[in-house]
Structure formats: C-alpha cells, structure tokens
Ligand binder design. Structure first.
Ligand code: NAD
Length: 296
C-alpha cells in the first residue's frame, strides 16, 4: 500500500480518492472546496492546509482538475508543486487537457528527475464510483508500470497509449466521438418520439440493433428511460456541458494544428457551444437531448 496524495475532489476525483482509501492506501487530499475535502476526510483521508503540505511525503501524487490552466497552476511557476516535489514521487495527472500542456508539464518534471504520466480517464462518474474507469496513459514504460497497480484500484482497463501526451491525444479523440454519438442518439430518439414511439422501446430496439452504442447501453439521454443516469435526475451531476465544450475545443485546436478534417466533430462542437450558451453549461452533456426535443 502506498502514501498517495489526491488533488481535485470533484465529480470524478472524489469517488476516485474514495476507492483508493477503500483499497487500503494512506490517502491525503486537497481541494479548494472545503466541502469536497470534508467528504473524503469523513471517509478516512488526511488533509493539509496547503497543496505543498498535502504533497509532502507522497509516493504517488494524482491530480484530477478541470482544465489545463488549473494543472499548470498546480505544477508550474514559483508556487508550483514541481518546485517542492522530489524524484521519490510519481506524478499522475488524470485531468483531460491539451497534449502539448501535458508534454510541457512532463518536460519540466523530467528536468527535475520526477516521473510524470498523463492518465486521463473514460467511464464517467458511474465508472469513477464503481472503480471501473478506463485509464489512457502517456509517458515512459517504467512510470506506467509503477502507476499500474494504483490505477487498477480505480479502474478496470489500463492502457499505455505511447509517450508523454499520447494519453491526452487518445482521450480527446474518444470524447469527440462521444459527443458525435450522443448527438446522433438524441436526434434518433427525438425523431422516433415525434412519430409516437415510446422512447424506452425505441432505445432497446436501437441498442440491440446496428445503432447500438455506449449512450444507449449505459447513459440514455431521454428522461426516465434508464435509472441512475443524469437524464433521469434533471441532468444533474455527470459530465458537464462546459467540460464537453472544453474537450471539443481541444479536439478542434488539435485538428487545426494537424490539418485534419473533422466535419462531424466540428458540428458536434458547435451544437454543444450553442447548448452551453443557452445556459446549460452546468448540466450533464446528455441534456443536449432537450435541444432535439425543442425545449431550449
Ligand atoms: P469538477 O469540476 O467536478 O472537479 C474539479 C475539482 O477540482 C473541483 O472540486 C475544484 O474545486 C478542484 N480544483 C480546481 N482548481 C484546483 C486547485 N488549484 N487546487 C485544488 N483543487 C482544485 O470536474 P470533474 O467532472 O471531476 O472533472 C475533472 C477532470 O476529469 C476534467 O478534466 C474532466 O474533463 C475530466 N473528466 C470528467 C468526466 C466526468 O464524467 N465528469 C469523465 C472523464 C474525464
């Protein structure tokens, strides 16, 4: 069992840290939100007043922060953790950020002899709670092998995509596809319902047919069709439209840099940008169903 510090205890980080405590690790947590910290302390975690104090003595340090700017603020600059960490700490960043931001932090860490892994996740809040996340890692082989047992306490599928930044590239490709398939699923459901079909019956037909996909299997966007998903809870919790917009922005920027055509991804990005602009940024991303129902 290891001394692990976990920073960023939001929708994802909170349950991930919980699973590390459950697995028997000594976990120290830090978040800007006192409420988020309290939940984990009640669970058995230690905490500290500053991020530096929380990271002291960590064998493994994990961050799960909203975006690249938060990751850079925590690690880089005069106040950054890379100034105080030593080579005895393995650093794992599981936030979804730009590959070049991950490479930039990895480069600074490597200069100080600190092993760094980008390890964004897939599987949503349900996967974080159940400990069944997919981790998509980028970095050196040795760091990956060292991280694997800890990641296995929070996830089921642990992939090594390639060198630093490769985890983030694979993750943004995946989320672009997720945005496209969620839009397609919502569009098909709305069309069927306009024709008088029951959304639950139509969902099951498509799930068992060639249109079957992840949204229909575990994240149905139509309210009341599936229990325990954001759609059946007024689209609260889950994966925020704001975060999906961030990820689609990362995919778009990356496509421009690589001169890659992404017509479907660009359309999905614009649909989510419009949806966010209508005041839905803090709702789960499956709430794009409302747009297709004409409820915006
Ligand atoms: P969230 O907004 O719920 O949580 C982020 C947490 O980070 C908050 O508790 C916030 O207080 C904390 N934080 C921000 N700046 C901080 C700082 N400087 N120091 C300490 N704590 C700080 O976000 P989330 O949904 O948990 O997502 C986290 C990351 O995981 C994002 O990059 C997101 O894209 C990715 N992700 C989310 C999901 C999902 O379903 N929610 C799925 C896969 C990946």
């Amino acid at each position: 069992m290891a001394n692990i510090t976990f920073i960023g205890l939001g929708n994802m980080g909170g349950p991930m840290a919980h699973n590390l405590i459950k697995a028997g690790h000594t976990v120290t947590v830090f978040d800007l939100s006192a409420d988020a910290v309290k939940v984990l302390v009640d669970d058995g975690a230690r905490t500290a007043d500053t991020v530096h104090a929380a990271a002291e003595g960590a064998e493994v340090l994990i961050t799960m922060l909203p975006a690249g700017e938060h990751v850079e603020a925590v690690y880089l600059g005069d106040e950054g953790l890379l100034n105080t960490l030593t080579s005895s700490t393995l650093v794992i960043d599981s936030s979804t950020i730009a590959p070049e931001t991950a490479r930039g932090v990895a480069e600074k860490a490597t200069e100080k002899g600190i092993a760094f892994l980008d390890a964004p996740v897939s599987g949503g809040v349900g996967g974080a709670k159940a400990g069944t996340l997919t981790f998509i890692c980028g970095g050196e082989d040795a760091a990956f092998e060292q991280a694997r047992p800890v990641l296995e306490d929070m996830g089921k599928n642990i992939f090594h995509a390639g060198p630093h930044g490769a985890g983030q590239v694979a993750k943004i490709c995946n989320n672009m596809l997720l945005a496209i398939l969620m839009n397609g699923t919502c569009e098909a459901l709305a069309l069927g319902v306009k024709n008088g079909l029951d959304p639950a019956v139509l969902s099951e037909i498509m799930r068992q047919s060639s249109g079957g996909n992840w949204a229909l299997n575990v994240y149905n966007p139509w309210p009341g069709v599936m229990e325990g998903v954001p759609a059946s809870n007024d689209y609260q919790g889950g994966f925020l439209v704001d975060l999906m917009n961030k990820d689609l922005g990362l995919a778009f920027d990356n496509a421009v840099k690589n001169k890659a055509p992404i017509p479907m991804g660009s359309l999905a990005r614009n649909l989510y940008a419009l949806h966010g602009q209508q005041g839905n940024g803090r709702l789960d991303f499956s709430s794009i169903q409302r747009f297709y129902r004409g409820e915006e």
